[in-house]
Design a protein around this ligand. Structure first.
Ligand SMILES: C[S@@+](CC[C@H](N)C(=O)[O-])C[C@H]1O[C@@H](n2cnc3c(N)ncnc32)[C@H](O)[C@@H]1O
Length: 197
């Protein structure tokens, strides 16, 4: 609830704030093929950067727990965007061929991430894709710098909500299999395929 109010407030500025990590979302979109008939869902779509980019390329949907963000994303992208929670998505089983989730999964702790993956697995079609873009510790100098960022996260937990995580180890024990993991600076892109059973 507190987070939702924070994101409702942030929605006024997010069209600008979200530009800073737009390059990672673009990189992630290059890692898989999208066809016109495919159903694509951006979970925690924020101001709708990804939805705008994909307009006309597939059947595009967005969902965000902040109704203000959802409104803003719908207005800016023209996609179908609903207000809803990633723990309980307002869609039927197997509704989507691709689930995309950037800088949302890393807001939650390990046990919450497991629950979210179960929900993702429910709405994802068999052999469908899950693409996660998360904050991570990175390599070399990025590893050291992200240690500093982690310290800031502990000091300002109400503002710096995204924490560095290792999406690979969480996803490995879920209904998805990791196909690719790319680390760029402080960001990981994890492309996974849903198991067929
Ligand atoms: C850091 S922003 C990322 C927005 C967008 N994905 C991007 O990369 O620009 C996090 C987004 O996740 C949304 N969010 C937070 N908790 C959520 C939840 N439980 N279910 C769905 N969306 C959620 C927030 O409202 C916010 O729009």
């Amino acid at each position: 609830m507190v987070r939702r109010r924070f994101y409702d407030w942030l929605s006024r500025y997010y069209w600008f704030v979200g530009l800073f990590d737009d390059c990672y979302k673009r990189r992630a979109l290059e890692l898989f093929e999208l066809e016109r008939r495919m159903r694509f869902l951006d979970v925690g779509c924020g101001a709708g950067f990804v939805l705008r980019r994909l307009a006309g390329r597939a059947l595009i949907f967005g969902v965000d727990s902040s109704c203000e963000m959802a409104l803003s994303a719908g207005r800016r992208s023209g996609a179908h965007v609903s207000c809803g929670d990633c723990f309980c998505l307002p869609f039927r089983d197997g509704s989507f061929d691709v689930l995309f989730c950037s800088f949302v999964f890393d807001i939650f702790d390990f046990s919450e991430q497991k629950k979210i993956l179960l929900e993702f697995s429910r709405v994802c079609a068999p052999s469908g894709l899950l693409v996660l873009v998360n904050n991570t510790r990175g390599k070399g100098v990025f590893f050291l710098l992200s240690g500093f960022y982690l310290m800031l996260v502990r000091i300002f937990p109400k503002v710096l909500l995204n924490k560095p995580i290792d999406g690979f180890s969480v996803v490995e024990s879920s209904g998805f299999a990791v196909k690719k993991r790319k680390v760029v600076g402080f960001t990981e892109i994890v492309v996974c395929v849903r198991d067929t059973e």
